[in-house]
Design a binder for this molecule. Structure first.
Ligand SMILES: NC(=O)c1ccc[n+]([C@@H]2O[C@H](COP(=O)([O-])OP(=O)(O)OC[C@H]3O[C@@H](n4cnc5c(N)ncnc54)[C@H](OP(=O)(O)O)[C@@H]3O)[C@@H](O)[C@H]2O)c1
Length: 570
């Protein structure tokens, strides 16, 4: 039997992307997965992961035959254009049938057959089209996303209440990750015939959710239930147009009627575990609210070149900063003084305890010394690099059985580790920021296995046109939003780096991933070498990514940091 080819529509969306990841996590080869996307530009990382990316627009039937060619099993993720879903889904179902797809799994809505929700009709109708197409199918009747309310956590904390018209209606929700895991399991199942799954976790109402929020955040939040018309009026007063306000109120009325509740265990059965608890989702949302808050405290463990540079950027961006290292607070007092009143020094345990977000920027050899208990539940940005010459050899890293971030995550069980700011020349953090739309704008790579830490978040304020590069990557992963949108003057070109070099005697930089000092040397020389400087690749070991740049005629021991944490001249 040939290997089935699996296709997922809406693969550039949040649910579809997770479903693709789940298929590969279950052992499906990326080359046997087709990611169907309306906008291929949004699927660059999917393509990089080895899955086949094909363009498919539900509204353009002509785009579908080629997209579905050779596909055996299809996950049809419902579209997002309410009011247009039935013709769109019908196009996909017809094209799938014509392409010989052997099973279609469709993400419908909980209790779609009898729900009074204004969203249910289009799902009910799609299910009918699916039945009539006579292609074996699996209907995944998803409840609301557990993230739905916590996505607005910041607003609830500010208002002290959640307002709505859901009454005591209970909702059986699950996270996108849960639904994606269940969808992948259903798609992989070889069970014949048609199946309908009612999917949701243990039910709760909004009053209970408000109590969970209160418990997690230690901020009192209550639920204020209003008659639907009054709720619609409140929404209108806050800027929602009349039609949308009544639509949203009607969604709550359906919740009040119990249309979003199920006692079915289909979800846990497909997952092989209980659904993610709402409290865990609120915890993660609260971590992110703290991270994105303009008054958030950043704890810095390690304040060398990367740490010191990030310290300056963080203070510029309006954060409070706690600096720490293993040599004691006194050694950082000069840096703290230069950074100003929003920076202070402390021991690493205090920086970990007080930081809403903590950056680890120490030599990797010291990772086991990072405090653990104080970091539970927090997002930890891992800026470490493994340099065997400096750190000594670590067997798991030398034999590629683990990555440095995996070792740090294992050490920091209970934290959300995201790799960021590593393998970057520290000066680049300052000089390569470019305005949105600039042709030479670069990205700062981040990575992580923790889904909650990577969860995207809307910016807490309007992005400016001069968002620094560090924010360019944070748009993809709210958890790493170190620098919130804020207008800042950014040096225009590498000449700034050259002027910095003129004031220093030596710099050490790390090369970009996949390169070594040897391969990077010509580029660094071409771009940054001012007269009188030599670059010496630390090419003693072939894997070294360390490069030293030394002023001719002076020893490296004469290294001098530029003023104010290396941030002068801007
Ligand atoms: N259970 C719930 O609580 C809940 C809540 C909200 C939504 N939903 C439903 O679940 C679906 C998936 O959720 P999600 O979180 O993944 O939403 P999402 O992140 O907004 O993703 C929606 C995906 O659908 C794609 N899409 C929309 N119209 C399309 C079209 N005409 N042709 C091809 N692709 C199209 C989008 O493509 P582009 O990237 O090109 O726009 C995007 O990839 C939503 O679309 C919605 O129907 C469920």
């Amino acid at each position: 039997m040939t290997t089935p080819v699996y296709a997922v529509t809406g693969a550039s969306g949040r649910l579809g992307r997770l479903a693709v990841e789940q298929l590969t996590a279950n052992g499906v080869s990326p080359s046997d997965i087709v990611a169907l996307v309306r906008t291929p530009a949004k699927a660059v990382s999917l393509a990089a992961s080895g899955v086949q990316v094909r363009q498919a627009d539900y509204s353009r039937p002509a785009s579908l035959p080629a997209a579905l060619s050779g596909v055996n099993r299809l996950l049809l993720v419902s579209g997002s254009e309410i009011g247009r879903l039935v013709p769109q889904h019908t196009n996909v179902i017809k094209a799938a049938k014509n392409a010989g797809v052997s099973r279609i799994a469709y993400t419908s809505m909980l209790n779609a057959d009898h729900s009074t929700s204004p969203l249910a009709g289009e799902h009910r109708e799609t299910e009918r089209v699916l039945s009539e197409a006579a292609v074996p199918h699996t209907v995944l009747r998803n409840g609301y996303y557990t993230e739905g309310y916590p996505d607005h956590l910041g607003e609830y904390l500010a208002a002290g209440e959640i307002t709505g018209a859901a009454g005591h209606g209970r909702m059986s929700t699950a996270t996108r990750q849960d639904y994606a895991t269940a969808a992948a399991a259903a798609l992989l199942s070889d069970e014949p015939g048609n199946r309908t799954h009612e999917l949701g976790g243990p039910a709760y109402d909004v009053t209970e959710l408000a109590q969970i929020i209160t418990d997690v955040t230690r901020t009192k939040v209550t639920y204020r239930d209003l008659p639907p018309d009054e709720y619609a009026a409140v929404l209108q007063r806050s800027g929602t147009d009349e039609a949308t306000a009544h639509f949203v109120a009607a969604l709550d009325v359906a919740v009040a009627r119990g249309d979003l509740e199920t006692s079915n265990t289909d979800l846990a059965d497909l997952l092989g575990r209980p659904a993610t608890r709402p409290a865990d989702v609120v915890h993660a949302a609260y971590d992110l609210v703290k991270v994105t808050s303009r008054t958030a405290v950043i704890g810095l463990i390690g304040a060398g070149r990367i740490g010191g540079t990030l310290a300056g950027l963080a203070v510029d961006a309006g954060y409070h900063l706690i600096l720490s290292n293993n040599r004691g607070p006194a050694t950082l007092s000069d840096l703290a003084a230069r950074l100003g009143p929003t920076a202070r020094t402390a021991a690493p345990t205090d920086a970990a305890e007080a930081g809403d977000l903590v950056i680890v920027a120490v030599p990797f050899s010291a990772y086991r010394e990072i405090p653990t208990e104080q970091l539970v539940g927090k997002v930890v940005l891992d800026a470490t690099n493994y340099m065997p010459d400096r750190d000594g050899h670590i067997a798991e890293l030398d034999n590629d059985s683990a990555t440095s971030s995996q070792l740090l995550q294992a050490h920091l069980a209970g934290s959300h580790v995201v790799k960021a700011f590593n393998t970057v020349f520290f000066e680049h953090l300052l000089v390569l920021a470019r305005p949105h739309g600039a042709a030479d704008r670069s990205s700062l790579a981040i990575a992580g296995d923790d889904q909650l830490a990577k969860k995207p978040r809307a910016p807490s304020s309007t992005p400016s046109d001069t968002t620094p590069t560090t924010s360019a990557c944070s748009a993809k992963a709210g958890a790493s939003r170190l620098a919130p949108p804020r207008t800042r003057t950014v040096p225009p070109d590498p000449s700034t780096t050259r002027s910095r070099l003129r004031r220093s005697t030596s710099l050490i930089c790390s090369c970009t991933p996949g390169t070594t000092a040897k391969t990077e040397l010509p580029r660094i020389l071409a771009n940054y070498r001012p007269p009188g400087w030599a670059c010496r690749g630390d090419g003693r070991t072939p894997r070294s990514n360390r490069l030293s740049i030394t002023r001719l005629g002076r020893g490296v021991s004469g290294h001098r940091r530029t003023g104010r944490g290396g941030r002068t001249g801007r």
